[in-house]
Design a protein around this ligand. Structure first.
Ligand SMILES: *Cc1c(COP(=O)(O)O)cnc(C)c1O
Length: 391
């Protein structure tokens, strides 16, 4: 049995990097060298300079490629570095269609950087295939998805969009940060390039910034390799090792956190002080059936809305267990306030248009005892006024 035929859960531990070929060490060695001695005057070895190739980074790149089912992986210094480098595949005069509730940092990059280089964009509701189709232009080169989206957990029909893209000669990129290949494998559904903030679930411990990309075919992989080396936003050896370490527990972390998220979503959904819960695991979520078809679970992130900013402030001031912070996908639960955190880069009018109200909170569920989390929320809700929705 080769490691590729193991289940995802087992592959995380038993793969080509299970032990070091030289020493038998059961952890990938951290190669800190920036340069490599060349034994021959004309023939250079596999490695020459660490920006172009580093064995520790390469181990991580091979791992993510295998887990996503692609041909080649690339590791970057952050998620946004991976995303920005991927957009460098575009040229002046090209157009990109982007999901409207895209990650705030991606929104900023597209709006304030890409536009200066003559790359046009249109933000669309990616959950509506007709809208996607009608916004494809002659010069559209990329359709950029994020599903479930941030922070409203909207679900995009990946195969539907990939089909439209193929029919119109566009590439598809997908930010798979929220689900990871443990729950969703976009390349199998027709996507060309998968992107990650590995800072989140893949590394999982709020202790490293990292980004990853995986290409589905050789041509795209070669172009991206050229850009990774040319732009130079590569991941360091130590940080590559931290992501490799985090990956080993990815399956068990996501399994536990998703289970807890489902329980918390149901609890919040029945709470009189909560206006609305956004979680693709709820059967009432508009994307529930697509999510069930294309992914192996709803993930560990949910959002919920309270009456207004004042209600949010009261809740945050009294809740004790989750950290109140930006970011997600960690061992500890993280509560964040999109209006002032992840989506602060978006003007209020744009946020409102996208349904990101001042009462919206995002919760990334960690590994705490779920009943204890619910108990904590219960005591915090005592300080929150009743919801505006009449039930
Ligand atoms: C955090 C995040 C990013 C950006 O990644 P960094 O590692 O913070 O640069 C991109 N997309 C999504 C969905 C994210 O959550």
């Amino acid at each position: 049995m080769t490691h590729q035929s193991y289940t995802f859960q087992t592959q995380l531990l038993h793969n080509q990097h299970k032990f070091d070929k030289e020493t038998g060490g059961v952890s990938v060695p951290i190669q800190l060298a920036s340069t490599f001695h060349q034994p021959d005057f004309d023939q250079f070895g596999k490695y020459d300079y660490s920006r172009s190739g580093n064995p520790t980074r390469e181990a991580l790149e091979e791992m993510i490629s295998q887990l996503e089912g692609g041909v080649k992986g690339f590791a970057f210094s952050s998620g946004i570095a991976a995303i920005s480098t991927a957009f460098l595949l575009l040229s002046k005069g090209d157009h990109v269609l982007v999901t409207e509730d895209v990650y705030g940092g991606t929104y900023r990059m597209i709006n304030t950087v890409l536009n200066r280089f003559g790359i046009e964009h249109t933000f669309v509701d990616m959950t509506d295939l007709d809208t996607v189709a009608s916004n494809i232009q002659e010069n559209t080169k990329v359709i950029y998805m994020e599903t479930p989206s941030n922070p409203l957990l909207k679900v995009t029909d990946i195969q539907g969009v990939a089909k439209l893209a193929k029919a119109n000669g566009c590439l598809t990129f997908l930010d798979n940060t929220f689900l990871t290949p443990a729950l969703q494998r976009p390349l199998d559904l027709g996507v060309d390039l998968v992107l990650h903030s590995a800072t989140k679930f893949l590394a999982g411990h709020s202790d490293v910034l990292a980004g990853l990309a995986v290409a589905k075919d050789e041509g795209l992989a070669q172009q991206l390799y050229g850009l990774q080396n040319a732009f130079g936003a590569v991941l360091g050896a130590h940080d590559s090792w931290l992501v490799l370490r985090g990956l080993k527990t990815l399956h068990v972390r996501l399994k536990q956190s998703s289970e807890s998220a489902t329980k918390i979503a149901n609890y919040l959904n029945n709470h009189s002080k909560v206006d609305e819960v956004f979680y693709p695991g709820l059967s009432t979520h508009p994307g529930h059936s697509i999510q069930t078809r294309q992914a192996e679970g709803p993930g560990a992130v949910l959002s919920f809305s309270l009456r207004n900013e004042e209600a949010v402030r009261n809740f945050i001031q009294h809740v004790r267990i989750p950290v109140y912070a930006v970011s997600l996908g960690a061992v500890e639960s993280i509560l964040s306030y999109p209006a002032k955190m992840s989506h602060a880069a978006m003007p209020e009018a744009e946020r409102k248009k996208r349904g990101i109200s001042n009462g919206l909170l995002r919760l990334s569920v960690g590994l705490e005892n779920v009943d204890e989390l619910i108990k904590d929320f219960e005591q915090a809700f005592i300080h929150v006024p009743e919801s505006s929705v009449i039930v």
